[in-house]
Design a protein around this ligand. Sequence first.
Ligand code: ATP
Length: 194
Amino acid sequence: MIIVGLTGGIGSGKTTVAKQFKKLGVPVYIADVEAKKLMCKSKIIKRKLIQLFGENAYVNDILNKQFIADIIFNDKTFLQKMNAIIHPRVARHFEKWLLKQNAPYIIKEVAILFENGGHSACNYIITVTAPKDLRIKRLLMRDNTTENKILAIMKNQWTDEEKIKHSHYVINNIDMEVVKNQVVDIHKDILKRA
Ligand code: ATP
């Protein structure tokens, strides 16, 4: 099974691009979404997150995202500890998911693919880019966040230039129609290589 990593900086449009691949029938695994589901479903993750962040980590059994985001924003060691709890379990979940797929290739969307070394487990890598100002504008519209918070996350991610150097395909996500055509071309190209 060919694994195609799909990555890009915050708000670049990874999920928007992933949806286009899904429309073509490609199985898509979105690591952030699965991680969030596991944080709600898995008793062991829940217990460990409460040990790390305290009882406020969950409110009525629902993950208290804002509370956790504020702690992480102020102290990066919490992010590392949280990742150490979640990443190995998402990795196992992905392996199980992969065994159930029946397709020439799958797309695995991971926001911090390069930063965590996950790119080495991918056969091909697609990086989604977009101008920084446009990403900030889109994120401010999508999320209840601030420019400062977005900039802080951007600072911890690889630059587009670094990601592009290690990628097989680059999608510059400005115009949706152009992106749709690019996805079709990349899809055909990967099928040829499969
Ligand atoms: P994150 O880093 O938070 O996971 P992401 O990289 O997956 O984000 P998306 O959620 O796909 O990015 O896109 C961010 C926002 O920008 C969304 O609200 C999406 O609808 C919008 N968006 C993405 N691409 C386009 C586009 N080409 N035209 C207009 N809006 C877009």
